[in-house]
Design a protein around this ligand. Structure first.
Ligand SMILES: Cc1cc2nc3c(=O)[nH]c(=O)nc-3n(C[C@H](O)[C@H](O)[C@H](O)COP(=O)(O)OP(=O)(O)OC[C@H]3O[C@@H](n4cnc5c(N)ncnc54)[C@H](O)[C@@H]3O)c2cc1C
Length: 829
């Protein structure tokens, strides 16, 4: 057995095998895979093998799409047939809301080039007469989907990997990881059979690996413990049953092709054919999480006992949908662990706080995702970045606040929610409230309807007593829409107060801080007391993080970035600083996110409100342009609260961000509320704020800004100082402008706005996609931001947006269609 390799992959399920294959294919010729038991002996062997191509997330759809294309090539490469049946996928809708959901799916599918077709109930009946259609509204049909044999496809990838030089070592368990400063030393133990169990022997080796990837499936908690990190990857029970032959199906198949995979989302189930019978898989209520603290030795390629009672409702619904199956007996059943994460996306990417340690854990659609995960993760490892933005899968999207209990409850919820209506304005209830800023109770009492951001409770909007957020959700304008309109207007016309406490905040200081940040970010560093918007780039020149940098002193900076990404930003910043400390000198980094609360006050009357409570020798001028110009920071006192006030407003109105000691938040809140009363201060949530920032063309991290576009493609040259050297500069310039960020005003449907997932057309040609969407109170129509081909990215170009399965007129407008000269932001007083 080799003891020095370039990359060691831990886990021989579909995911690990694909990663090993793709690392070899990408040119690494010294790759080893360790499997503690046999290949596929984890969840892979008992998967149903469905390959649902399309997924609501842009990145995941690309991953699935790659898999489907890749699996088709495996037989030619390896001679092994993975049993890929391209039968199609029929997503049926029992309600109009479900059809609305599919129309949004379809628009996103289109942006990824996934073909689809809408079918009426009659068209379904005509093609597949065994399906009962009277109570259906229609269906979304993807003809390129299908299913595959999970074990066969894994074996085919393993053969392909071996052919490319990968060493696959079975019955070796990775038991300890030690970073020497240059490589990982992985202690592996030979596993032996003992009384039907798989147990460690005394035989051990230490394998030195430059890179390690863990793909340990249901063993993720053990892996996390060994690495000393947290991973919210905990399995939940998942069941499917195989039924005896259905004579009507056998008869039908004599002169018809196989049925597509039939998804009856409103009945929480999927069905496919299996040798003249049906397989019914369900996402039922109350499926319990398993192995929160590790997989017992006694559990190998095992299953749990079938719980028929738990799936009775879905079983009856299947008999309703395909009545001919009523007399088919039960042939086989599977109840296996299926790994989940709180948001259903796997954890793929660099492990927090470690070098050359990569995670590929928490897969609930691991057969579908394996191919693409291997491909894109290998790109990240070999080339430094993947060609798509993998942030939505990054393991650091959950911070240190995450616990086993949180992951367990959330993963159960995620499983339970697989087939609910996935409204874009959905908020999930489990484990809440958990992270609350002090003003939470006050906000709640005033009608705040909260959203969940990185564990924090953040007001989305405020509604009158008795309002039910859950029932107000829609794929069109939800019941909350009118409240967000009033809030947006309040900021444009009067004054509004937004809670932005969830912002990520770091202090960077020390002798090396200035040189480091100058290299780390692409804009000029601000002078002391001033602020700048800037971007840290990846080595490939794309946007890794957006920062508002406040220079507190010569070598002390306060960095504010998106609230959803605290651990993601912290890890990147720390790793970059550690790497550069030798060049630039000592750099201290503190994550002060939970020490500072933030309120954003904005609107033409915001200065009047602050003037009421600011303590100053000359309060009347304390907030004037002369003493407090736009894009500066001042330490002020509001009543008895010391405030780091920053003159910026994400809403594009006259305003200040009031960063304050978190323990004084309620005091400051009360001061602002009572000072604001006579000026008509209105509480404003994140939804209105999101609309307002689009009127100013302010790009948001996670939508317009990410690792798939450079700041120049985001059309932000004014924040890029090409006169200096910075990380990723040459790569950014080499990329050119592949597509460009634009703002659009849209004449959409009367009752709907875009959500930021819709396809954009120029004539008959698809030229891009929206990344944000909403309603503009300034222009009284829908608004959106997105990326289009550079040739059409000029103001005045008329495009079409696909919404609710129709094309609607849209026009590219000049950046910042509202207040393009920034006059209101700079208003004096
Ligand atoms: C009933 C059921 C139906 C499903 N249907 C589908 C479906 O239709 N489509 C779909 O896409 N997905 C489906 N899934 C999910 C799918 O099975 C998983 O997502 C997928 O198998 C995960 O693959 P993996 O490689 O991540 O994990 P696993 O297959 O669990 O592999 C992990 C491997 O790592 C090994 N390992 C762990 N720790 C160590 C260590 N320290 N050292 C060495 N080896 C180690 C384990 O022995 C195991 O073999 C289903 C799951 C269930 C339960």
């Amino acid at each position: 057995m080799k003891t020095y390799v370039k990359a060691l992959v831990v886990g021989g399920g579909a995911v690990g095998t694909s990663i090993a294959y793709h690392l070899a294919k990408a040119g690494w010729d010294d790759v080893m895979l360790l499997e503690r038991d046999e290949l596929t002996s984890g969840s892979t062997w008992h998967a149903a093998g469905l390959l649902p191509l399309f997924n609501m997330s842009f990145a995941t759809t690309h991953i699935h799409q790659y898999s489907v294309e890749f699996y088709k090539t495996l037989e030619a490469e390896t001679g092994l047939n993975a049993g890929f049946a391209v039968v199609g996928n029929l997503r049926m809708a029992q309600t109009q809301a479900r059809m609305d959901e599919y129309m949004l799916y379809a628009s996103t599918a289109e942006t990824c080039g996934v073909p689809y077709e809408f079918l009426t109930p009659d068209q379904i009946k005509e093609r597949w007469p065994l399906i009962r259609t009277e109570d259906l509204k229609g269906a979304l049909y993807h003809n390129t989907d299908g299913y595959i044999n999970p074990a066969d496809v894994t074996m085919a990838m393993a053969k392909g990997a071996r052919q490319r030089g990968v060493m696959i070592e079975r019955k070796w368990q990775a038991d300890a990881f030690h970073w020497t400063g240059e490589a990982w030393e992985v202690t592996a133990t030979k596993m032996v059979e003992k009384g039907g169990n798989l147990v460690p022997s005394d035989e051990q080796v230490v394998i030195t690996a430059e890179h390690v990837v863990t793909a340990s499936g249901n063993h993720a908690q053990r892996t996390a413990k060994m690495l000393g990190i947290k991973m919210p990857a905990i399995p939940v029970e998942h069941q499917f049953i195989v039924m005896e032959q259905d004579p009507a199906l056998v008869e039908f198949r004599k002169d018809h092709p196989e049925h597509p995979v039939i998804r009856d989302a409103d009945a929480q189930s999927y069905v496919r054919e299996e040798r003249g019978g049906w397989i019914l898989g369900v996402y039922e209520k109350n499926a319990p999480a398993r192995f929160e603290y590790g997989v017992p030795d006694s559990f190998r390629a095992d299953l749990f006992q079938l719980d028929l009672e738990r799936i009775e409702e879905q079983y009856m619904a299947m008999i309703h949908r395909i009545p001919s199956c009523e007399d088919s007996g039960l042939k086989d059943d599977f109840n296996g662990p299926i790994c989940y994460t709180p948001d259903g996306n796997p954890l793929v990417g660099p492990a927090p706080g470690m070098q050359n340690m990569w995670l590929a854990e928490g897969f609930s659609f691991g057969i579908t995702a394996a191919g693409g995960t291997g491909y894109y993760l290998a790109q990240m490892m070999v080339e430094g970045e993947a060609e798509i933005d993998m942030a939505s899968l990054d393991p650091k999207r959950y911070g240190d606040w995450m616990t086993t209990e949180f992951a367990t409850r959330k993963n159960e919820e995620c499983y339970d929610h697989v087939y609910i209506l996935h409204h874009p304005d959905e908020e999930r209830p489990a484990c809440r409230p958990l992270r609350t800023a002090p003003a939470y109770d006050r906000q709640k009492a005033l009608g705040a309807q909260f959203g969940f951001v990185n564990g924090w409770e953040r007001p989305n909007y405020y509604a009158p007593e008795g309002f039910n957020d859950h029932d107000s959700r829609s794929f069109r304008r939800g019941g909350w829409w009118q409240y967000a309109v009033e809030e947006a207007k309040a900021i444009r016309e009067g004054v509004g107060l937004v809670d932005a406490t969830a912002f990520t905040k770091h202090v960077v200081k020390g002798p090396g801080a200035t040189a480091f940040l100058d290299w780390f970010t692409c804009n000029k560093l601000p002078a002391v007391g001033r602020i700048n918007l800037t971007y840290a780039l990846t080595d490939h020149g794309t946007t890794r993080t957006e920062y508002t940098i406040v220079r507190l002193g010569q070598d002390e900076y306060y960095l504010v970035s998106a609230g959803a990404w605290t651990a993601y930003d912290a890890d990147f910043l720390r790793k970059a600083a550690a790497e550069k400390a030798g060049d630039f000198g000592y750099i201290e980094i503190q994550d002060v996110t939970t020490q500072w609360g933030v309120f954003a006050i904005a609107g033409p009357k915001s200065r009047d409100v602050l003037n009421e409570i600011v303590k100053d020798a000359d309060p009347a001028s304390a907030l004037s342009n002369k003493r407090f110009p736009w894009l500066t920071m001042r330490n002020i006192e509001l009543g008895m609260c010391p405030v780091r006030a920053i003159r910026v407003a994400y809403t594009g109105e006259l305003g200040w961000e009031l960063h304050h000691p978190i323990e004084m938040q309620n005091y400051l809140w009360d001061q602002l509320m009572s000072a604001g009363e006579k000026h008509g201060l209105k509480l404003v949530g994140a939804r209105a704020q999101n609309w307002l920032r689009q009127e100013k063309s302010y790009r948001a991290f996670g939508t317009e800004l990410g690792r798939d576009a450079t700041p120049l493609e985001a059309d932000l040259p004014r924040f890029v100082d090409l006169n200096k050297d910075f990380n990723g500069k040459a790569a950014m310039q080499a990329k050119g402008i592949r597509s460009k960020c634009v703002t659009l005003l849209i004449d959409g449907p009367e009752d709907a706005d875009p959500w930021g997932r819709e396809a954009l057309y120029h004539g008959d040609t698809r030229v891009g996609r929206l990344t944000s969407g909403g309603y503009s109170v300034a222009f009284e129509k829908s608004i959106g931001m997105g990326y289009v081909s550079p040739e059409v990215a000029t103001p005045g170009t008329r495009l079409k947006v696909r919404m609710l399965d129709q094309l609607w007129d849209a026009e590219i407008v000049e950046d910042s269609p509202y207040d393009p000269k920034n006059e209101v932001i700079r208003k004096d007083g």
